[in-house]
Design a protein around this ligand. Structure first.
Ligand code: C2E
Ligand code: MG
Ligand code: MG
Ligand code: MG
Length: 281
């Protein structure tokens, strides 16, 4: 009986495995054509100054809608895009789209301090990324200091294989550099100190159980204190409650982002949202 069961389990396992492989292959195939078929768009989530409660920025977040797969969340396709190298073209698309959108907002009279966008560490191995980003900045006319490039801690772990002069070049023309999901990786304090950064984003996993979880409370306070002492701006992501906002504000966090304020939304909705908010203030 045990043997029978084992065999069934094995068959179940291989069947499940081939389904996973098939699903992954389909995702990969569809992703290859996603850009050309204009299936990728950006949503924008407002970032709030916790002191003034004004919208001082927006983060651009990728959304993929495919005719067969439906809506595929970034957590499911970004890693595949990285493994296949498609992330490079996606990254240029994101950069250009975000810059254009920012200029659109400006034309509409919207005063949004900055636009943040996520760039994979894979992209920083490209020789010509600086030239191409600079070209987009000049062509769209966006002031470079309005752009904040979010890199993850993984970037720092890959320190030796990536081209750090790209970061310096970007900062030299005015772009801001932000470390995303801070606290989840393995970046050492000396790297954080030696890299020229502007902003640290506390990962949402530390925010979720605030203020009750004493461990998360201490970690958040420590990250805020560290950022401040190094002269970096500090952003908390994933704020979902008034208590979380109050805690972070009390302990000196500069900027907040999360469903408590607003979800990521298409550009048109973002424009309407900010205009509505300005009217009330
Ligand atoms: P991230 O850059 O850390 O973005 C924050 C994520 O938290 C977003 O998920 C956002 O929708 C979500 N979020 C915002 N507020 C809340 C909240 O209050 N509660 C919770 N639970 N979640 C909240 P999203 O859009 O699914 O993106 C997931 C990740 O995918 C991003 O994490 C980023 O690492 C990656 N990603 C998204 N867009 C891009 C992109 O254009 N390029 C690259 N390379 N990666 C991207
Ligand atoms: Mg981000
Ligand atoms: Mg993040
Ligand atoms: Mg994240």
């Amino acid at each position: 009986y045990a043997k029978e069961k084992g065999k069934d389990n094995y068959q179940f396992y291989t069947r499940q495995l081939s389904l996973d492989v098939e699903a992954r292959l389909e995702l990969e195939q569809e992703l290859l054509h996603a850009l050309r078929k204009k299936e990728l768009t950006l949503y924008y989530q407002p970032q709030y100054d916790l002191e003034s409660r004004k919208v001082v920025g927006a983060e651009a977040l990728l959304r993929w809608r495919n005719e067969h797969l439906g809506i595929v969340p970034p957590d499911r396709f970004i890693s595949i895009a990285e493994e296949t190298g498609i992330i490079i073209d996606i990254g240029y698309f994101v950069f250009e789209e975000a810059c254009q959108t920012y200029m659109q907002w400006q034309k509409e009279g919207l005063d949004v301090g900055s636009i943040s966008l996520n760039i994979s560490s894979i992209q920083f191995r490209e020789e010509d990324i600086f030239k191409r980003f600079e070209e987009i900045i000049l062509r769209t006319g966006i002031p470079a200091h309005k752009i904040e490039i979010e890199i993850t801690e993984r970037f720092i772990m890959e320190y030796s294989t990536i081209n750090l002069t790209i970061l310096e070049d970007l900062r030299n023309i005015g772009c801001k550099i932000s470390i995303d999901d801070f606290g989840t990786g393995y970046s050492s304090m000396s790297y954080i100190k030696s890299l020229a950064l502007d902003t640290i984003k506390i990962d949402k996993s530390f925010i979720a159980d605030l203020p009750h979880d004493s461990h998360d409370a201490e970690v958040s306070k420590a990250i805020i204190a560290l950022s401040k002492s190094l002269g970096y701006q500090v952003v908390a992501e994933g704020i979902e409650t008034a208590e979380q906002e109050a805690f972070l504000k009390t302990h000196g966090c500069d900027i907040g982002q999360g469903f408590y304020f607003a979800k990521p939304m298409p550009s048109e909705d973002f424009i309407a949202f900010v205009k509505e908010k300005e009217k009330k203030q």
